[in-house]
Design a protein around this ligand. Structure first.
Ligand SMILES: Cc1cc2nc3c(=O)[nH]c(=O)nc-3n(C[C@H](O)[C@H](O)[C@H](O)COP(=O)(O)OP(=O)(O)OC[C@H]3O[C@@H](n4cnc5c(N)ncnc54)[C@H](O)[C@@H]3O)c2cc1C
Length: 316
C-alpha cells in the first residue's frame, strides 16, 4: 500500500499558522462547555468522536454507534517504516497484528489489533501499559528492529486498549450548530482516511457557506454533499474492519494469496466468495476487461443488497 504521512503535531502547526494568517484567534486548553459560544453566527462542532457538543443533543442528531469486535491499541515507535507495514504474529491464543506507517523522520504510528479471545489469552486485559508494551515489543521484535513502542500513559490494566466505534448521525446540524469530522462520522482506522475526511468536510462547509443562501440551506447542502461522498468510504471501512475480524478465513492461505486479498479487503464481494476462488477471479480479471467490468458491477450490487437487507432487519 502507498500513502502519505505527516505527524499530527506538524499538521496542526501548519493549520494553526494558516488560521492565524487569516485573522483567527486560537485558544488552547479551553474546554467548550454548556454555554457554547453565545451570540455566534455559526458553531462548528469538530470535537471528535466523543463530541460533548453533539452528545448534548444526541436525540436530535440521531447518533448511532457500533463497536467493532476486535481490540486495538494506538502506539508510536521510533522505528521509521519506509512503507506501509503489516505484521501478523501467531500466538498460542490466536493471531495478533500490527499496522505500521511512518509519519516523519522521527518515527511511525503502530496500531496493534487482535480478537478479544487473543487479548484475554495473552493477558493484555490484565497488563498495565508498560507490561503490555514489553509483551508487544517481543511479539513484533522482527519488524521493530530493536526499537521501542511508546504508549499514551494510560493507567490501569488494559486501559490503553479500545474497540473501534463506527459513528454515524442521521442529521448533522441543529440551528446554527453543525458537526464536522469525527464528531459527525468515523471510518475504521485500517483505511487511514479519517483526517482527510475531516479536512474535506471543512472544505465543503466553507464552500457551501460562500453561497449567497440562508444558513440552513448552506448547512443542508454541506450535509448532502458530504454524506454522498462518504458512502463509498464508509462501505470500504466496514468491509476492511470485517476482513480483520474474519482473519481466520484468510490467514491459512499461501502468503501471496493472503496478501493479495488483504489488498482487496474493501471489497463487498470478498466475504461472499470462497477466498481462493475470489483470488483466482481477481487474477483473471487482471487480464480480462469483461471480468473486471463484471466485478465492478457485482461489488456495489451486493453492497446495496446487503445494506437493504440490514435496513429491513433493523426496521423489522
Ligand atoms: C487507531 C487509529 C488510527 C488512525 N490513523 C489514522 C491515519 O493514519 N490517518 C488518518 O487520516 N486518520 C486516522 N485515524 C482517524 C483520525 O484520527 C480521525 O478521523 C481524525 O483525527 C478526526 O479529526 P477531528 O478533527 O474530527 O477529531 P479529533 O482529531 O478527535 O479532534 C477533536 C479535537 O477536539 C478537542 N475537544 C474535544 N472535546 C472538546 C471540548 N469539550 N472543548 C474543547 N475542545 C475539545 C480535542 O481535544 C481534539 O483536539 C485513526 C484513528 C484511530 C482510532
Amino acid at each position: 500500500d502507498e500513502g502519505f504521512g505527516i505527524g499530527r503535531h506538524r499538521l496542526l502547526e501548519i493549520l494553526a499558522a494558516r488560521a492565524r494568517s487569516l485573522g483567527v484567534r486560537l485558544e488552547h486548553e479551553h474546554e467548550v462547555g454548556a454555554d457554547l459560544v453565545p451570540g455566534a453566527d455559526l458553531v462548528v462542532a469538530a470535537d471528535g468522536v466523543g463530541s460533548a457538543v453533539r452528545t448534548r443533543h444526541a436525540g436530535h442528531f440521531g447518533t448511532e454507534v457500533r463497536s467493532g469486535r476486535n481490540h486495538y491499541t494506538w502506539l508510536g515507535t521510533t522505528k521509521v517504516f519506509d512503507a506501509f507495514t503489516f505484521a501478523f504474529t501467531d500466538t498460542p491464543h490466536g493471531w495478533i497484528w500490527a499496522y505500521g506507517y511512518g509519519y516523519g523522520p522521527e518515527g511511525s504510528t503502530c496500531v496493534v489489533e487482535c480478537a478479544p479471545e487473543t487479548w484475554t489469552g495473552l493477558g493484555l486485559d490484565q497488563a498495565d501499559e508498560a507490561e503490555g508494551l514489553v509483551l508487544l515489543e517481543k511479539l513484533f521484535a522482527d519488524v521493530l528492529d530493536g526499537h521501542r513502542l511508546t504508549g499514551r500513559s494510560a493507567s490501569g490494566p488494559g486501559a490503553s486498549w479500545l474497540t473501534f466505534r463506527t459513528l454515524t448521525n442521521r442529521t448533522w446540524s441543529r440551528g446554527n450548530l453543525v458537526l464536522l469530522g469525527d464528531a459527525a462520522h468515523t471510518t475504521h482506522y485500517s483505511i487511514g482516511a479519517g483526517t482527510t475526511l475531516a479536512l474535506e468536510d471543512a472544505m465543503a462547509l466553507a464552500h457551501a457557506l460562500r453561497e449567497p443562501v440562508p444558513l440552513p440551506d448552506a448547512l443542508s447542502r454541506y450535509e448532502r454533499e458530504r454524506k454522498a461522498a462518504l458512502l463509498p468510504v464508509q462501505s470500504a471501512a466496514r468491509y476492511s474492519a470485517r476482513w480483520y475480524e474474519n482473519l481466520p478465513r484468510y490467514i491459512g492461505l499461501p502468503p501471496q494469496e493472503m496478501f493479495a486479498l488483504l489488498g482487496q479487503r474493501h471489497s463487498p464481494l470478498l466475504p461472499y466468495v470462497p477466498p481462493r476462488l475470489y483470488h483466482r477471479i481477481d487474477r483473471a480479471a487482471g487480464h480480462s476487461q469483461a471480468l473486471r467490468r463484471l466485478k465492478r458491477k457485482l461489488g456495489p450490487l451486493i453492497a446495496r443488497t446487503v445494506q437493504a437487507r440490514s435496513l429491513a432487519t433493523r426496521a423489522g
